[in-house]
Design a protein around this ligand. Structure first.
Ligand code: FRU
Length: 728
């Protein structure tokens, strides 16, 4: 009796310490728990040795032994156990062969194995053979370009074959795309390991769900279901055991409700569902923005992937930066609109996701933001203009959404989609002379690549006006004065590559006045300018495409906000880009020098974050600076500015070259001659080589040099102070 009471007490206190959701999930995973009547698993092969051992290989495809992971030319292989696996991509997809096991006795209910690669029955497969006959067969999952090299569990129920002698044959008879097969860890077991649908219910008591991610793991489709309605659905590389990092989903909207998490396929021994936690804090909140490679004054998302800046608009004292965002992984996918705001373009505060896809596969692609001052749309609220965004809903067309609470929440208009065509990325501007809204939008009709123009009085009904060929995705269109003269306005049109053309625009058609010019070089794409900026400022932010941060839970960054201007040069009118003066907000220590020559290392520049202004008087020899070990050089013979393989043409102005260089963790941005050219250079400078050195040889002199050490811009908004509706 006493024993029973102790047991009950023990159980009760155990229950008290278990979070509610662990209990709720017990049902879903009871099947997977060790079973008293089961025998231990019996390994058939783990392919961890260098040779095939007792397995026999014929043909070339399997090489001389198990492969050490990914082979040359192959997408990254993941999901295998240990160091090696069977991988028939040896010498590529062109080779063929078979790999046969020694005979073994079937002595458990299931034969479990990891399999990946080509999905061709009989051609890229593993067969179970008894008495010369194939009694079971399985393939990898891929038959189309793209796909994934992740291996996943497969299980054969072999209960009726127990006691029989069998062998396995792994077959690669296929050449061309996905003409290979990957296999690992073949094990006999009384447990089925094959990934099966799984689910778990929990009552939402805290703001975030933390989800474990393992880069390269098999992608699972995850759904959140509340009251039988799917409220979220996305792909996630769910970690079955140790995660690389945690992502989060804001579930405040479902507080107090039962939320069911469904996963399309989960291996039986996966901890992926069980380890999902509720929290009021962000994952690793105490180190947020202080992670080793986190840029300190360029915008990055707290978690996940970002690409294009979207919906850039100034409103009520806030600069809004929406952006293409995968909240659930560090690669492109699951397109949502992330959101951040700033009062000075330097300190950003990330807010909750602004636009969620309406359903899986209907992603929120790029678009723009505006303030409908005149309430032409009728979407205003008690005399206050609405903040409106236009975006591509990939399943529907160009869509409009509006907000009455400073961009914190959005509602769709009933008229969506407002434009249906083959294309994406609507940029909407107000055109005063015609009193119409104009949508410049990427268009692929007739297999041409163009920017199409539509016009509308109310943002709801749109009429096609014209198109201009030869532009690819993410257009922007605006007017700028030449040399600051409001009487001399020119229109600027560019698409994702940033190459701009100057011309005239009458509200219907763009008339190009010449060639396209390049201002930005390097890691720069899909830039957009703010609408409604005070004082007629034209401020641009681009996606620093390709700037990555190894081992971090986030990926890609925005480029620094720049102010655009048209200025007359010897070559004609050109667009210039200079960092916004607000960068000055994070300067904290300034050093200046004049008339330096030769090669020297400057003392006392310890800071990792720098804002450098240098003026070189150029002669015939190269000059530049070496910053944290990274050369930024000007070659007067070639008239080129170069950093880390990124080169921009630059003519000296009055015999001089002016450089402005912003140095952050993960990137350098270089502006030549007051922004005549701009370079965005993604790189991680060696961490043990902090400092600045001058290279100015033979007659070239550094007329003046000013180095501002910068502070982190994240300090103004400690992670803990983040709140949904802002705290200003
Ligand atoms: C450009 C782009 C856009 C698209 C978005 C999707 O980088 O391809 O055309 O809307 O990214 O994320």
């Amino acid at each position: 009796m006493k024993a029973d009471i102790d047991f009950l007490r023990g159980a009760a206190s155990l229950l008290a310490t278990l979070p509610f959701f662990v209990l709720a999930s017990a049902v879903a995973t009871a099947e997977n728990r060790p079973h008293p009547g089961r025998s231990a698993d019996a390994l058939v092969a783990d392919f961890e040795s260098e040779t095939w051992g007792e397995w026999k290989s014929s043909g070339e495809a399997f090489g001389s032994g198990p492969a050490e992971g990914t082979l040359p030319g192959q997408m990254q292989v993941s999901g295998y156990r240990g160091k090696r696996l069977v991988n028939s991509f040896y010498k590529g997809d062109g080779t063929t062969g078979t790999l046969s096991s020694p005979a073994f006795r079937i002595e458990r209910r299931y034969l479990n194995f990891l399999i990946g690669g080509g999905g061709y029955a009989g051609e890229t497969c593993m067969n179970l053979v008894i008495d010369g006959k194939v009694v079971r067969t399985a393939t990898g999952p891929n038959t189309r370009p793209g796909g994934s090299e992740a291996l996943d569990w497969h299980s054969w129920d072999v209960s009726e074959l127990e006691g029989r002698t069998a062998s396995l044959e792994i077959v690669d008879r296929r050449t061309g795309g996905w003409g290979h097969i990957n296999v690992d860890h073949i094990v006999q077991s009384d447990r089925r390991l094959q990934a099966e649908p799984a689910a778990r219910e929990l009552v939402i008591a805290q703001r975030y769900l933390h989800l474990p991610v393992k880069n390269g793991a098999a992608k699972r489709r995850m759904k959140f279901v509340v009251d039988d309605r799917t409220v979220r659905e996305f792909d996630i590389e769910l970690a079955d055991d140790q995660p690389d990092f945690l992502v989060f989903s804001d579930v405040a909207a479902f507080s107090g409700r039962t939320l069911r998490i469904e996963v399309d396929r989960l291996p039986a021994d996966s901890m992926g569902l069980d380890s999902i936690r509720q929290s009021d804090e962000l994952p690793a909140a105490d180190t947020l923005y202080r992670e080793r490679h986190r840029p300190q004054f360029h915008f990055t998302s707290r978690r996940g992937w970002l690409n294009d800046p979207n919906g850039l608009v100034y409103h009520d004292g806030e600069w809004h930066l929406f952006y293409q965002h995968n909240p659930y992984g560090i690669e492109w996918g699951n397109m949502h609109w992330g959101h951040a705001v700033s009062r000075d373009l330097v300190h950003w505060r990330e807010l909750p996701v602004a636009l969620y896809p309406q359903r899986y596969g209907d992603w929120c692609f790029s678009g723009s933001g505006l303030i409908d001052e005149r309430n032409t749309s009728g979407l205003g609220n008690g005399g206050r203009p609405p903040l409106i965004v236009a975006y591509t809903s990939t399943g529907r067309g160009e869509a409009i959404a509006f907000s009455h609470d400073r961009g914190r929440t959005f509602a769709e208009i009933d008229e969506n989609p407002v434009v249906r065509h083959r294309g994406r990325d609507p940029k909407i501007i107000w055109h005063p002379p015609t009193e119409r809204w104009v949508m410049a939008v990427y268009d692929e009709a007739d297999d041409r690549q163009s920017i199409a123009f539509y016009a509308s009085p109310d943002l709801k009904s749109w009429q096609y006006a014209s198109r201009i060929d030869g532009f690819f995705e993410c257009p922007d269109l605006f007017e700028l004065p030449v040399d600051g003269d409001p009487q001399a306005m020119r229109w600027v049109l560019y698409a994702a590559d940033g190459k701009y053309v100057l011309g005239r625009f009458d509200g219907r058609e763009f008339h190009a006045g010449g060639e396209r010019h390049t201002l930005w070089h390097g890691n720069f794409y899909a830039a957009q300018t703010f609408s409604n900026a005070p004082g007629g400022r034209r401020i641009q932010i681009g996606w620093g495409r390709g700037i990555t941060f190894p081992g971090m839970p986030f990926n890609q960054q925005m480029t620094v906000p720049v102010e655009l201007a048209l200025r007359t040069t010897d070559a004609g009118v050109r667009m210039f880009a200079e960092p916004v003066p607000e960068i000055g907000e994070v300067r904290h220590k300034t050093h200046s020098w004049r008339n330096l020559t030769g090669r020297s290392t400057l003392d006392g520049i310890g800071s990792e974050l720098l804002d450098i202004e240098a003026r070189f008087e150029v002669d015939r020899s190269a000059c530049g600076l070496v910053i944290h070990g990274v050369p930024v050089m000007y070659d007067p013979a070639k008239r080129e500015l170069t950093c880390h393989r990124i080169t921009a043409p630059l003519e000296p102005a009055g015999g001089r070259i002016d450089l402005r260089i912003l140095v952050d963790r993960g990137s350098l941005e270089i502006f030549g001659n007051r922004g005549r050219v701009a370079l965005s250079v993604g790189l991680l400078p060696p961490e043990d080589r902090r400092g600045v050195a001058i290279v100015a040889v033979e007659g070239t002199s550094l007329e003046s040099l000013t180095i501002h050490e910068l502070r982190s811009a994240w300090t103004a908004f400690p992670a803990a102070a983040e709140s949904e509706h802002g705290n200003h």
